[in-house]
Design a protein around this ligand. Structure first.
Ligand code: HEM
Length: 271
């Protein structure tokens, strides 16, 4: 008895029984182009977060502000504000958790697409290029994407464990961002880790921003100068901004003062 076989809607390669046709998005994701799209879109989400996070952290430099006659750290008020977005339409932290889920999903997909794309490329070329010829078209940033990506992932785990969960930070107080950043980055090895990880992030962002245009098909040669400028500018802004924090803490420009009211006390007082 003969069975009807069909090709996938996008990949057009694998022949499968007609009844088991894969949904369009799943089939698209199984192709190299589909994975590159996913890498580009999740990369854009990551860039949005990293730039927003860096700009938000610049509030460290504002220091304290007057909240109804009480001096509090501006960044602590900002941290509270993030938890209060869309209250009372939604309960406290719901919107923030929504953003976190989008971000977690983006990171998981970005890593999965990178890994499976590597496997796909290996399968297509089981024998490596011989000699250094292939490196002539690839620059340092593109050749190191895997390593800079792994450094950023490891940093991210350490960063959350240190500044969000407080596991590695003996002076951690939940919600007191200014205090926690000072306590963490005043340790020299931690400051060095931040500098190294953020340089790796900058290299990753430079090549990622450049190549996402290629992946999305926005690669008209007329825009190449503009593309290079955007990739360089974005990487430079993120590296300078983020590396400034460990330097500022080490230089004493950012220094926690116990006499400043905690944002938690402020809330209790206003209730
Ligand atoms: C020197 C640079 C950085 C500083 C000073 C910094 C500071 C912080 C602080 C204080 C928090 C906790 C905020 C809170 O609990 O309210 C935090 C959370 C976080 N940071 Fe960073 N960060 C830096 C760089 C980065 C980088 C490069 C990444 C990503 C690669 C990153 C990803 C995150 C994430 C995902 C969270 C959790 C956000 C959340 O829970 O809503 N940070 N950061």
């Amino acid at each position: 008895m003969s069975q009807t076989l069909r090709r996938g809607p996008v990949s057009g390669t694998a022949l499968e029984p007609a009844g088991k046709r894969k949904p369009f998005l799943v089939d698209f994701y199984s192709t190299a182009v589909g994975k590159k799209y996913v890498m580009a879109i999740t990369g854009i989400i990551g860039i949005g977060f990293i730039v927003g996070h860096m700009i938000g952290n610049l509030k460290m430099y504002i220091g304290t502000v007057d909240e109804g006659g009480t001096e509090v750290y501006d960044i602590d008020v900002y941290g509270e504000y993030l938890r209060e977005i869309l209250v009372p339409i939604l309960p406290r932290t719901y919107f923030l958790w929504g953003l976190r889920f989008v971000l977690i999903g983006a990171v998981v997909l970005h890593v999965h697409a990178a890994y499976t794309l590597t496997l796909l490329n290996r399968r297509a070329r089981p024998v490596k290029y011989q000699g250094a010829r292939d490196y002539q078209v690839a620059n340092f940033a593109s050749r190191t994407m895997r390593w800079t990506g792994i450094i950023v992932l490891l940093f991210l785990f350490w960063h959350l464990a240190d500044l969000t969960w407080g596991w590695f930070n003996p002076d951690f107080v939940r919600g007191e961002v200014y205090r926690n950043v000072d306590a963490s980055l005043s340790r020299i090895p931690v400051a060095i880790l931040y500098v190294v990880a953020n340089i790796a992030l900058g290299i990753h962002l430079f090549h990622g921003t450049w190549s996402l245009f290629q992946s999305m098909g926005w690669n008209n040669p007329r825009f190449n100068r503009w593309r290079r400028g955007l990739a360089t500018g974005l990487a430079a802004v993120v590296v300078v901004g983020n590396v400034s924090f460990p330097i500022a803490v080490q230089a004493g420009i950012v220094e926690f003062d116990e006499s400043v009211t905690s944002v938690h006390d402020l809330e209790e007082g206003s209730e």
